[in-house]
Design a protein around this ligand. Sequence first.
Ligand code: GLU
Length: 550
Amino acid sequence: MNMDTTKLAQLLFPQPLKTPEEWEAIYPPRNLPEGAVVTRMAPSPTGFVHLGNVVQGLTSERMAHQTGGVLFLRIEDTDAKREVPGAVEVLINSLAHYNIKFDEGATIDGDAGHYGPYRQRQRAPIYHTYAKWLVEQGKAYPCFCTEEELTAMRARQEAEKANFGYYGKWAVWRDRDLDAIEAELKKGTPWVLRFRSEGSIANKIKFTDLLKGPMEITENDIDHVLLKSDGIPTYHFAHAVDDHLMRTTHVVRGDEWLSTLPFHIQLFQALGFRLPKYLHIGPLQKMDGDSKRKLSKRKDPEAALTYYRAVGYPVASVYEYLLNILNSGFEDWRRANPDAPADSFVFSAKKMNPAGSLFDEAKLRDTSKNVISRMTAEQVYDETLAWAKENSADFAALLAGDPDTALRALAIGRGGKKPRKDIAVWSEVQDYMGYLYDELFGYTDEFPPAMNKTDAKQAMLAFAAVYDPADDNTLWFDKLKEIAQSMGYATDMKAFRAAPEQYPGSVADISACIRYAITGRLNSPDLCELMRILGHGRSVKRLTDCAETL
Ligand code: GLU
């Protein structure tokens, strides 16, 4: 190429710009201990936060903070068409909600940190410095092709069965002379800046991904766009410039970027930047019939982060479950350390599944039941109330108006070696114990089908007559047995099982109809304690009310 590239650079970028050296001095290497990982999240503010964003965030966050490094947030807002107002706030709040806290970067009120601006659209002068420098070095050139010309090129490539893209003989502006370029510039023809690739698809490069391991990838031969016609960079160019100047050591990103990695490697080389380490994460998958597929924003409600908050999964459950599917050793660690905070687990990128983790909501529910079973009644109450305030105002009012009932009900079976595991999400708490509030009480199950209604009525009224909340569990049950016996029902379960035909039923049937009268259902936590929570008056009223319906 025989061209005055200094002149070309000046024609394309006549505005005053800092030199690369000046930017280097503004963003000096970070002063961090050996081995500290500097990484980032670089989402596009589309308004939709995918569960996969949390996976990426959690992985990056652990890698940075476990090594005494830095996690920062960079907003990739170069595609103005896709931007949704308020999306940055949604993003920051959602990630913070899941314990992904940034040390620096974009915040709701602007930027925090010395390596900003952290919103790409505010970084135009930085990109232009490096773009100009590439032009001066003969490594980039303007292209004046119109959309129509590019579409026509693609059609011809299709007809000729050639590879798609702007390369080789198709790269029509690659070697045009300065006069031709100047003429277009004078006319005001829009242009993009393209990278002058020296690569060939005949060559392979060796590359080692921190997750996927060593691989051989094909060199890039396409003259990709670096700056769009509005002077805003493409992802690729911004990635190289930003991750260099922000002193990123590790890039954790989705593996959809592997296909353009050869171009990124070339770009870092052309710019004289040291290549960061890469960890390309596979997408979250789910089972669909017998096969796995990507968790899809379009098809799967559980792909959206908002889903978990709406259904009422505790943050701790989602966090713990994601750690579990991301790191194969987590489950054993949890068994050995049942009470340790999840972030004291040592996360290792080496233990991730290169193909992507399998997400299974049923397993998340199990994890969540465990997590909730380890919480105190107060925690469960507080979190349920917070959830209800956002999602179920009536229930929230009841909980707030009579916390004692909820706290006592939630305390049942909690704290021991084998805590109850009935609740997986906050939206289930109302069903679990809401019937203790008269406003929510109703007969939700069918009356026990095998039970004789006359006997049931008799048992309910008899129990109402002798019930005393001061009775301990033994006395409470003895009274029930006495009633059963007086009605000819078996109280010795062994004898009953040996000859069930000799009895109308057993004390279990009697207790089932008392449970039904008190809770409106066939299953509940400890009935004696539930009656104590209701107190004498309300317990008796429920027994007599139910007897009346039979
Ligand atoms: N904006 C890109 C994305 O959302 C960022 C990829 C990266 O982390 O480099 O996929």
